[in-house]
Write a protein that binds this ligand. Structure first.
Ligand code: SAH
Length: 374
């Protein structure tokens, strides 16, 4: 006789599950903590929260101004032309959020029927809730849209990848310099069973950056490593050996590798405690563009940038696009168009902290606007 299925235990929040897990198995690394807090498909931040926009916890460039996605769309068209206009082209986005960037890019593609007619969209997104929002904004617009688990799963062929604020959400490890060696910052429990930072022995000896930074490290110095970003670069490099490939990464981060901790929790447009309310706040950390570039070049890709977002968007024609929008906008829409465009490029806002970096296979010419630099 078939046994009756045991009743499912009542769902618990992430804090309770984490506490139970750590109590049983011991501390988890910062990378695992970050992965669970933002990536858990049931309780993770992106699965359960309305993250983006004015009413969300933070606002991203595509949500600020449609010009952002339109210019990235035009960038993709220019890159496709530099590939010799292949008959089929996949434009992929990693971490598309609400699908706004791609929806605006599609608007830009509409004026390029040659490109739009040969296009398939490939989306890589871990959050089921966000996949639904992406479907709502991108399906039934006359272009094939498909979701994939990874870059490797996208069918072979020419590929253009767009990403905004994707890398900053990938888990980081934090190494702490203690008594002459690196230790792995981890999350354990204190005497009251509350989440608390702790440090464990680490296997950092094989990590090139950890070795390189050791002579500069002082007691307590923190070094952040992002192995998942390196895996993305490796997957792009593998594709680039079989077909034309170009990828654009826009994110907040620094140009030089260095010591210092940048992991932050943001909730309702304010910084929050890292360990309080896991799954309720967005966790992200600055992108180390220099490290990415080193890996890309080591894998045989051409790497361009990082260029500050302000310069990048201005060189792609942000002002021309803004002025065209203003011409057709109603008077009451104009202030938002002007302030949105300014926010993207203003050095005191997103213009300098955010940066653009592009990778291409070795055969392609430098993509715009990096081409103008050489
Ligand atoms: N690009 C969007 C969203 C940025 S937030 C914008 O600019 O508005 C980060 C996005 O990456 C979310 O969609 C999140 O669910 C997704 N994400 C985070 N980690 C991921 C991973 N490992 N694989 C795929 N998507 C991921």
């Amino acid at each position: 006789m078939p046994r009756k299925k045991a009743a499912k235990p009542p769902a618990k929040g992430l804090l309770a599950r984490l506490t139970e897990w750590i109590d049983r198995e011991g501390p988890i690394t910062i990378a695992d903590f970050m992965q669970l807090c933002i990536g858990d498909s049931e309780f993770g931040y992106y699965a359960s929260q309305q993250a983006f926009g004015l009413e969300g916890d933070f606002i991203t460039a595509p949500e600020i101004s449609q010009i952002f996605g339109e210019l990235l769309g035009l960038w993709a068209v220019a890159v496709w032309q530099s590939m010799g206009e292949p008959a089929n082209i996949t434009v992929a986005e990693l971490g598309p959020g609400r699908g706004t960037l791609m929806a605006d890019a599609l608007r830009a593609f509409a004026s390029m029927p040659n490109f739009a007619g040969r296009l398939s969209l490939a989306l890589i997104e871990t959050s089921p809730a966000l996949r639904k929002l992406q479907a709502r904004s991108l399906c039934s617009r006359g272009v094939a849209v498909e979701w994939f688990e990874s870059l490797e799963a996208i069918p072979p062929g020419p590929l253009i990848v767009l990403t905004n604020e994707f890398l900053d959400a990938l888990p980081i490890r934090q190494l702490v310099w203690r008594g002459g060696s690196w230790r792995e910052r981890s999350v354990g429990l204190d005497a009251n069973s509350k989440l608390a930072f702790t440090e464990l022995p680490s296997d950092a000896r094989g990590e090139e950056l950890a070795v390189a930074m050791a002579p500069e490290a002082h007691e307590g110095a923190v070094l952040e490593l992002r192995p998942a970003a390196r895996e993305i670069v490796a997957a792009l490099a593998a594709r680039a050996t079989t077909a034309p490939m170009a990828a654009l990464f826009i994110d907040y981060g620094h140009e030089q590798s260095g010591l210092g901790e940048t992991l932050q929790a943001v909730r309702q447009h304010r910084y929050a405690e890292l360990l309080s309310d896991p799954g309720e706040a967005d966790l992200s950390a600055q992108v180390d563009f220099a490290d990415l570039k080193r890996w890309a070049e080591a894998y045989g890709l051409n790497a361009y940038g990082p260029m500050p977002q302000g310069a990048f968007l201005l060189k792609l024609g942000l002002e021309v696009r803004r002025d065209r929008l203003l011409q057709v906008a109603r008077p009451e829409q104009q202030p938002a168009i002007i302030s949105g465009a300014a926010r993207l490029v203003d050095p005191a806002q997103m213009g300098l902290l955010y940066k653009a970096m592009a990778f291409t296979d070795g055969t392609l010419p430098p993509p715009p606007p990096f081409s103008a630099e050489l």
